[in-house]
Write a new protein. Structure first.
Lengths: 175, 482
C-alpha cells in the first residue's frame, strides 16, 4: 500500500475523527484500518462498537443535524474518506437509492441495539427480582445479606460485560 | 468504454426485424424483467460493469435472479492501447464518494495517485486551489488499462478491470467473444458471432462507448438512436519516476491555460511513475504534446535535460461533446458515453449516472420503450441540460483567460482566497467545481450570477491595476527620497 495512492485522510492511532457533542454534518467511509465508537461518561470510556473497512459512520448527524452522539477514534492507522454533506444531500434528492446502504446499516444497528436492550432489561429484571426477594426475607441479619447483594451485583456486572463482549467483538489491537 | 461488434439488419431473413418495427408493432405491450431473465451487456467498461452491479443488487433486493453476460473483447490487464479505454483517468471527487457509498472502495492498486488540489497555470502566473469543503485526497487518478505501453510497472490494477471484477462478483459472466451481429428475432434481441448464434436476451444494454463504427450500426437499425457528437483530444503518458512526480507535481492536477496555437487547455495528471498529458484543442495532434512539453511554463516541471522520447505512449481519444438521440428502445438501453456524458469531464461519473438510471428503470418499471422514455431518459436529459450551462461556463472561462485585466483580477481574488480557506471562497469554489466535476454546471452557473460575485470581480478588475500603479509610484517615490 503506497502512501501516494491512498484516498481520504490518514488518522494516527488514538486520533479523534469525530468528537462527541460537536456540530458537524460530514459523513465518513472507512477506506482502511479500524476505528472505535466510544461514549464518555464522567471520564470513563465505553466502547460501543468497532468499525472496519467499508463501514460508514457519522450518518445520523447527516440526517438529523444533531450534535455528534459519540466519539470516533482511530485504532492503529486508519484512512477515512469524508463525504461532504451539501453535495450528498443534493445527490440523494436526485437518487434516493443512494441512501439505501445507509438505511441497511442503520437497520442492522437498530437490530443490534434491540437485542442489547432485551438482554439488559433481562439482567436488570433478574437483579431487581433478587433484591425484592431479599427484602421479603425476614429475620435474616443485615451482615448475612451483604454477601448476597454483592454476589448479585457481581452477576449483573458479568451480564453487562458479556453483553458488551457479544456486540463489540474483542480486538487485539484495542488499546 | 468500447467493444467491437457489428450489427447486420437482415432484411432477407424472415424473422429478423429492425428495432423500430418491433417498437411500432408492440408499443402497447408491457415488458418487464422476470425471474431468470437474460441481460446481454455490450462493453465491459465502467458503464457496462456498473449497470450489471446496480441491476444485480436491486434484483437481489427484489428477490429476483437475473442472468448477466458482459461481452468485452479487451483484456484491461494488457499494457498500452490494446488494454486501455483511452481516457485521462480521473475519478472525480463526487464519484469517489458515490462509489464509497455504494460499497465500492477503490483499492490502492487501482488508485495511482490521490489528488488534493488543482494548480492553474496561466501566462501571468500560477495558483493552487484546494477544496474549501474537505481537507483530504478526494480525487483518484487511475489507469484505464494495465498501464502505459512499454511500462514495466508492477502492481497496477486497471480501473476498468477492477469494476469488471466487481461485476463478476455480482454474478456476471464475461465473454471475450466478438459480437458481429445483433438483430431482433421475434420480440427479443439475438446476438451472433462469426455466424454462430450466441444467445437471445430479454434486455440488450449498449455500453460500447463512442466507437463510431459500432454506434453507426445501431443507428442503422433505424431505432431512432444516434450516437453523440465527438471531438478529439490527444494524450500521452510520460515516465518521470514517482520521486520526481511527487516533488514537482505533488498531489495536484495541473491545468495549463497557455496561449499555444491550437490548444484550448492542457491537463497534467500525476499517476505514480507517470504523468498523463491531456491536450484539448480543435484539431489535436501529437505535435501539440511536444509543443506543450517545450513550453517554458512546462519545462520547469521536467528534469533538466529532459528529452522528449522518440516513441512515447500516446493516443487520440474521442470525447463526447453532446448527447445521443433516443438512447433507448424496447428491450434496449444505451448507457455511458453511448448515451449522455458531462461536457469535457467526469465521463466515468456520467457512466455511473446513466448506468444506475437504466438499471433501476429496467428493474423497477420495465424494459419497454415507454418505460425507458419515462424513467431513464430524464436522467440523460438532465445531463444534457446541465451541459448547456457547462458550455456557457467554459465560454466565459475562455473569455476571462483571453481578457488580461479580468483574468488578472480573478487570479488575484483566488490567490487571496487560498491564503485563508477558513473563510468563504466563492471564486475558488467555482474553478474547483468546474474542473473537478464536483458540482453540476447549473449549480456553478447560478452562483456566478450572484450580484456580489459579479460586483466583487468588477471591483478587483478596476482596483487591482490602480493598487499596482499606486505601489509602483510609491516605490519610485521612496527611491527618490532615499
Amino acid at each position: 500500500m503506497t502512501e501516494e495512492s491512498l484516498l481520504g485522510r490518514l488518522y494516527k492511532d488514538g486520533e479523534t475523527i469525530v468528537e462527541e457533542g460537536m456540530q458537524s454534518r460530514t459523513m465518513y467511509v472507512i477506506q482502511g484500518g479500524k476505528v472505535k465508537v466510544v461514549k464518555n461518561d464522567n471520564g470513563n470510556e465505553t466502547v460501543l462498537a468497532l468499525l472496519g473497512e467499508g463501514d460508514i459512520f457519522g450518518e445520523m448527524s447527516l440526517f438529523d443535524a444533531s450534535p455528534r452522539s459519540a466519539t470516533i477514534k482511530a485504532i492503529g492507522e486508519a484512512r477515512v474518506l469524508a463525504i461532504e454533506h451539501e453535495g450528498l444531500m443534493k445527490r440523494i434528492k436526485m437518487d434516493p437509492t443512494l441512501a439505501l446502504r445507509m438505511i441497511k446499516q442503520m437497520c442492522q444497528r437498530i437490530r443490534d441495539l434491540n437485542a442489547r436492550l432485551i438482554v439488559t432489561k433481562k439482567a436488570m429484571h433478574q437483579a431487581s427480582e433478587g433484591l425484592l426477594q431479599l427484602q421479603r426475607t425476614e429475620g435474616v441479619p443485615r451482615k448475612d445479606l451483604e454477601p448476597k447483594i454483592l454476589a448479585m451485583v457481581a452477576q449483573l456486572q458479568e451480564n453487562l460485560h458479556t453483553l458488551t463482549e457479544q456486540y463489540v467483538p474483542r480486538d487485539e489491537s484495542l488499546p | 468504454m468500447s467493444s467491437s461488434f457489428t450489427i447486420h439488419v437482415l432484411h432477407s431473413h424472415p424473422k429478423a426485424y429492425c428495432l423500430h418495427n418491433v417498437i411500432s408493432t408492440r408499443r402497447g405491450a408491457r415488458v418487464i424483467l422476470h425471474d431468470g431473465a437474460r441481460i446481454a451487456i455490450i462493453g465491459g467498461g465502467p458503464a457496462g460493469s456498473l449497470f450489471c452491479i446496480f441491476a444485480s443488487q436491486l434484483a437481489r433486493d427484489m428477490g429476483k435472479a437475473l442472468d448477466f453476460t458482459i461481452y468485452e473483447r479487451k483484456s484491461f490487464a494488457s499494457y498500452g492501447a490494446s488494454g486501455c479505454n483511452m481516457c485521462a483517468g480521473v475519478v472525480s471527487e463526487s464519484l469517489v464518494q458515490l462509489l464509497a457509498l455504494e460499497g465500492i472502495n477503490l483499492p490502492p492498486a487501482v488508485v495511482q495517485w490521490g489528488i488534493e488540489s488543482y494548480f492553474f497555470h496561466t501566462e501571468g502566473g500560477s495558483v493552487e486551489i484546494k477544496s474549501s469543503r474537505l481537507r483530504q485526497r478526494g480525487i483518484a487518478t487511475v489507469f484505464r488499462g494495465g498501464g502505459p505501453a512499454g511500462s514495466l510497472a508492477k502492481g497496477i490494477q486497471s480501473f476498468d478491470d477492477f469494476l469488471l471484477q466487481r461485476a463478476v462478483e455480482h454474478g456476471a459472466c464475461v465473454k471475450r467473444t466478438f459480437i458481429d451481429r445483433v438483430c431482433m428475432e421475434g420480440d427479443k434481441p439475438r446476438l451472433y458471432s462469426g455466424g454462430n448464434m450466441l444467445q437471445d436476451c430479454d434486455l440488450l444494454v449498449g455500453a460500447f462507448g463512442i466507437k463510431a463504427s459500432t454506434g453507426k450500426m445501431f443507428e442503422d437499425l433505424s431505432a431512432g438512436y444516434k450516437v453523440p457528437p465527438t471531438t478529439k483530444a490527444v494524450q500521452s503518458e510520460i515516465e518521470l519516476g514517482s520521486d520526481w512526480v511527487e516533488r514537482r507535481f505533488g498531489h495536484s492536477i495541473h491545468i495549463f491555460l497557455l496561449r499555444i496555437p491550437g490548444i484550448k487547455f492542457v491537463s497534467v495528471i500525476p499517476k505514480g511513475d507517470y504523468i498523463t498529458v491531456s491536450v484539448l484543442g480543435k484539431y489535436p495532434q501529437s505535435d501539440h504534446i511536444t509543443a506543450f512539453l517545450d513550453h517554458s511554463a512546462m519545462k520547469k516541471f521536467l528534469p533538466s535535460g529532459f528529452q522528449i522520447p522518440q516513441k512515447f505512449c500516446h493516443c487520440f481519444p474521442k470525447i463526447s461533446v453532446g448527447a445521443a438521440i433516443k438512447p433507448f428502445a424496447r428491450r434496449a438501453a444505451f448507457v455511458g458515453d453511448a448515451s449522455s456524458t458531462r461536457l469535457y469531464k467526469d465521463g466515468i461519473g456520467s457512466a455511473y449516472i446513466t448506468a444506475k438510471a437504466a438499471a433501476h428503470t429496467a428493474l423497477l418499471h420495465g424494459i419497454g420503450e415507454k418505460d425507458f422514455r419515462e424513467y431513464y431518459f430524464p436522467a440523460c436529459k438532465s445531463l444534457n441540460r446541465d451541459n448547456l450551462f457547462g458550455q456557457h461556463l467554459f465560454f466565459v472561462n475562455k473569455l476571462i483567460s483571453v481578457v488580461s485585466p479580468i483574468s488578472r483580477g480573478y487570479f488575484h481574488i483566488v490567490q487571496s482566497e487560498q491564503k485563508n480557506l477558513q473563510k468563504n471562497t466563492p471564486y475558488s469554489d467555482v474553478l474547483w467545481d468546474m474542473f473537478t466535476g464536483s458540482r453540476f454546471y447549473k449549480d456553478i452557473f447560478f452562483r456566478t450570477l450572484h450580484p456580489w460575485f459579479l460586483l466583487y470581480l468588477l471591483g478587483a478588475v478596476v482596483l487591482y491595476p490602480i493598487k499596482k500603479a499606486f505601489l509602483f509610484f510609491a516605490n519610485r517615490w521612496k527611491g527618490v527620497v532615499l
